[in-house]
Write a protein that binds this ligand. Structure first.
Ligand SMILES: Cc1cc2nc3c(=O)[nH]c(=O)nc-3n(C[C@H](O)[C@H](O)[C@H](O)COP(=O)(O)OP(=O)(O)OC[C@H]3O[C@@H](n4cnc5c(N)ncnc54)[C@H](O)[C@@H]3O)c2cc1C
Length: 472
């Protein structure tokens, strides 16, 4: 069995009062949040993991603020929980053992956009969408586009290795990550990687931090690789009578050698949920759809590829309708509608347990079939959508009241088991956080989990950096 550790009791009132005084002396007073009403703002994220009010919070402006805050917390044995935009889906930024939240929103400076070497260096609290705008204004391109990009932060994206619809062609945050500055619980400030596009000096600690969910240290600066902005983008919607045909079409399109930058699936439950809210008018009566998007510099070649995929979809993949976005504004409406999906499903159904599984591409149709089967076994409904072009799917198990929770958990575990059996992963982009801790052992062996615990101990000997996360 994997090792486990007892949950640490919350720090005493006296300990918090003491660190509060020390923080007031070390930092500007306005960096400190001690008012219980304001601390509530940091109690939840966008998961269904519950509410954990931290005992104190700091809003650093500089790396020095982070260093001082960590030193004071660790000296007093108080946990430190880094928090970005709070859009996480796994409870990763929640203070499950109390302690101090480091809310990074104030570290939101774009330090440099270097057009000569195509790099950006930013503070971690920069909102992802704001980085997109700044980069695109300079004729460059930062591909990772999580659907939460209006409120998630680059630091949170690195800590969860976030990705988005453009993943099939450009990959996740890790693929753009060149360098990091981090502060460890031991008080050390380290620079990992740099601005060069490659490097093999020592172990790849940049990648280790990417996806580490704030458990190894606090990210205080991020250097990213940028690309030239593609001159043309073409977007189409392919509709299918069912999710089975749509999922088979995903495999066929990718296997035919096309390289769409996005290939997003939405099943009929997802489409029903966004239809009333969508800026784009999705036709009634079609059951599942794919958003297909291609980019490049040769407009004619792009259009030819789009037409060829559309023809293939209609002639041999069972598509009932193919629509091509007329112009940029229609394209934007499609994506704005897609971004409404998650809240729209929640609004319509009351509650949902959101999984972010991924399987090898060829297994997409099989996992869609299994999800339906597992949900039916528990008499539950699901909404399936997601970045299917890279094999990842958001499986939302829908329910209305807490009495359904045991069935939801049974369905979720069965789906995780199926996913792993098909060669996939229980989390493609949201991370383990607290929600998926019980399931990590379905995917990883006890020695592998034990090795990772030992690695954490090297960075954080007292287990004070975002404790209670990831490991079972
Ligand atoms: C509507 C919606 C759509 C979404 N769509 C996508 C999607 O398409 N793709 C995707 O990948 N995710 C998606 N997500 C999930 C979420 O937005 C991502 O996981 C995102 O990367 C979290 O960033 P955040 O800044 O909100 O981090 P938070 O939620 O605040 O924190 C997430 C984790 O990162 C750690 N962390 C945050 N900042 C730092 C830091 N500076 N240093 C160290 N650790 C840190 C936290 O401790 C925590 O473990 C979606 C969420 C919502 C609500």
């Amino acid at each position: 069995m994997p090792e486990s550790r007892p949950k640490r009791p919350r720090a005493s009132r006296d300990a918090i009062a003491k660190i509060s005084q020390e923080l007031e002396r070390a930092l500007s007073r306005k960096r400190l949040v001690a008012d219980p009403d304001l601390l509530e703002n940091y109690a939840t994220d966008e998961s269904c993991a519950g509410s954990y009010v931290p005992q104190i919070a700091v809003r650093p402006k500089t790396t020095e603020d982070v260093e001082k805050s960590i030193a004071i917390a660790v000296r007093n044995g108080v946990p430190v929980v880094p928090r970005g935009g709070g859009t996480g889906r796994a409870g990763g930024c929640l203070a499950v053992e109390g302690g101090m939240v480091l809310a990074m929103e104030g570290m939101n400076r774009i330090i440099s956009l270097d057009k000569s070497s195509f790099t950006a260096t930013v503070q971690p609290g920069v909102v992802t969408g704001a980085l997109h705008e700044a980069v695109e204004a300079e004729g460059m391109f930062y591909p990772p586009d999580p659907s939460s990009l209006d409120s998630c932060q680059i630091g949170g994206n690195v800590a969860t290795n976030a990705s988005g619809p453009r993943n099939p062609k450009y990959g996740p945050t890790r693929d753009q990550l060149l360098g990091l500055e981090v502060v460890l619980a031991t008080g050390e400030r380290l620079r990992l990687g740099g601005r060069a596009l490659k490097g093999v000096a020592g172990y790849d600690l940049v990648s280790l931090f990417c996806g580490s969910e704030g458990t190894l240290g606090v990210i205080t600066e991020v250097t990213l690789r940028l690309l030239p902005r593609p001159r043309h983008v073409e977007t189409a919607l392919l509709f299918f009578p069912g999710a089975d045909l749509a999922s088979r079409a995903v495999v066929a399109i990718m296997q035919a050698g096309h390289s769409p930058r996005a290939l997003e699936m939405m099943d009929h439950v997802a489409l029903e949920a966004i239809r009333p809210k969508a800026l784009f008018r999705f036709p009634e009566g079609n059951q599942s759809s794919l958003i297909l998007e291609l980019d490049g510099n040769d407009k004619d070649a792009l259009f030819a590829s789009l037409a060829s995929i559309g023809e293939q979809a209609e002639s041999s993949l069972g598509a009932s309708l193919v629509l091509v976005a007329r112009d940029e504004s229609q394209r934007r409406d499609i994506w704005a509608s897609r971004r409404l999906l998650s809240p729209a499903i929640k609004e319509r159904w009351g509650q949902k347990y959101a999984e972010d599984i991924a399987v090898p591409l060829s297994e997409v149709p099989r996992i869609v079939e299994r999800v339906h089967q597992r949900a039916a076994e528990q008499e539950l409904e699901t909404a399936i959508f997601g970045h299917a072009g890279d094999g990842s799917l958001h499986v939302n198990i829908l329910f209305q009241d807490q009495s359904a929770w045991p069935s939801v958990m049974r369905a979720a575990e069965a789906i995780f088991r199926d996913t792993v059996e098909l060669g996939g992963t229980i989390t493609s982009e949201h991370g383990i956080g607290i929600l998926k801790r019980p399931y990590l052992a379905l995917e990883q062996t006890p020695p592998l989990i034990a090795l990772q615990r030992q690695m954490k101990r090297l960075f954080d000997p007292r287990d004070l950096m975002n404790p209670g996360k990831i490991f079972p």
